[in-house]
Design a protein around this ligand. Structure first.
Ligand SMILES: O=C(O)CCC(=O)C(=O)O
Ligand SMILES: [Fe+2]
Length: 388
């Protein structure tokens, strides 16, 4: 059975202590249920504690190559060119806004979304309660540590060797949808209300994702519900990134350059600290937060489905000298068993030749999670041999 290749079977969902009205959303599984695991990651020191114990040190494992860092070009004046789209117009099928979406996905692979319909209280509550989580003593947070075989829980992902340069961040990673994939033993219980906040925020993000998939289907020349249907089941993983300040921000990176393996990623970030940078024309462009807007980026799955018309753009996070930064990346993905390949009828596709072969999404995702974050290297797995 393909679905069981990378997962595990459990006969019952775990107990749900203190989860309040979330219980009603969770089915009782009398039968065996597939719950996927993703990839192992080597344990590394906690970045927040490291900073707390000695704010002036940058241990060798975190220090980036000086020449590489110096040769990076950052172009802050281009920040204002990153498109801002209105979801309420997109959802109504507004032709002009759909055209702008097409350009945004072609030229930038990144855009900010306003009028998305997620109440500002929901955004703020999620930010407040998760910030409180990261302020808890390490011992409390470690109750939700990632197990040795998976990257769900609190810890670090994508660490595959003792030699690789480490990112200046910690993360809490949880699969939220479908509900039967939840590993609730890794969902924090503290501070009060954190589970409900994650549930509420994720359900809003999922609604947004469905609307965006509708608009993307239209600009890809197909029926509005086509992309959602292709997912078989919408999988949503939430990664909350905590970037402690760094007194030498030019020596470290919060998150190494990478593209996301998802279909799309919906990202919330703190309004008052800049950190996200997007690759554009060979330079890095800071994505300046618009209060209450959410950021969306094209993931590898859309690049493959659109035969390269829409590109999953490399991005990275830099650290701030004084302020911690928290970002919330919701990765919207197809079911593991979905086979993705160029759709074939995307208008104005870059090439009429197929640039990507058919890949099972679960295999694609796991090969990308079993390596360090490394620019656009993931997508080679799906490239036609002749194009590698
Ligand atoms: O912190 C950010 O803004 C970027 C996060 C990100 O790219 C990710 O988690 O994949
Ligand atoms: Fe990312």
């Amino acid at each position: 059975m393909g679905a069981l290749r990378n997962g595990l079977l459990k006969s019952q969902s775990p107990a749900l202590p203190g989860i309040g009205n979330m219980d009603s959303n969770i089915k009782e599984f009398a039968e065996e249920t597939y719950v996927p695991t993703f990839a192992p990651s080597l344990p590394v020191p906690n970045a927040q504690e490291m900073m707390r114990s000695d704010p002036f040190q940058v241990p060798e494992r975190y220090a980036r190559n000086h020449d590489d860092m110096q040769s990076d070009t950052v172009q802050p004046h281009l920040s204002f060119e990153i498109p801002v789209l209105d979801l309420s117009l997109l959802s109504k099928g507004d032709a002009e806004e759909l055209k702008r979406l097409d350009l945004a996905c072609k030229d930038w692979g990144f855009f900010q979304v306003i009028n998305h319909g997620v109440a500002s209280e929901v955004l703020q509550n999620t930010k407040d309660v998760t910030a409180e989580f990261f302020d808890l003593p390490l011992e409390e947070k470690n109750r939700y540590s990632m197990p040795s075989d998976d990257i769900q829980g609190y810890g670090h992902a994508y660490v595959v060797s003792e030699e690789q340069t480490l990112d200046w961040s910690d993360a809490l990673i949880l699969v939220v949808y479908p509900t039967q994939y939840r590993k609730l033993q890794l969902w924090p219980n503290q501070p009060t209300g954190i589970r409900e906040a994650i549930e509420m925020y994720s359900s809003e993000v999922r609604r947004m994702a469905v609307e965006l998939l509708g608009s993307l289907s239209l600009i890809m020349g197909t029926e509005k519900d086509a992309l959602l249907g292709l997912h078989k089941e919408l999988v949503l993983g939430l990664r909350v990134n905590y970037y402690p300040p760094c007194r030498s921000p030019d020596k470290v990176l919060g998150l190494s350059p990478h593209s996301d393996s998802s279909t799309i990623t919906i990202l919330m970030q703190k309004d008052d600290v800049c950190g996200l940078q997007v690759r554009h024309g060979g330079a890095w462009v800071p994505l300046k937060p618009i209060p209450n807007a959410l950021v969306v980026n094209v993931g590898d799955a859309i690049e493959i489905w659109s035969n390269g018309k829409y590109k999953s753009i490399e991005h990275r996070a830099v650290t701030n000298e004084r302020k911690a930064r928290i970002s919330y990346a919701a990765f919207v993905c197809p079911h593991d068993d979905v086979e993705i390949e160029p759709l074939g009828y995307v208008p104005d596709a870059e090439s009429s030749d197929k640039m990507y072969k058919k890949v099972r999404f679960g295999d694609y995702l796991r090969q990308s999670m079993n390596r360090k974050l490394d620019g656009k290297a993931n997508i080679d797995f799906a490239k036609m041999e002749t194009l590698k």
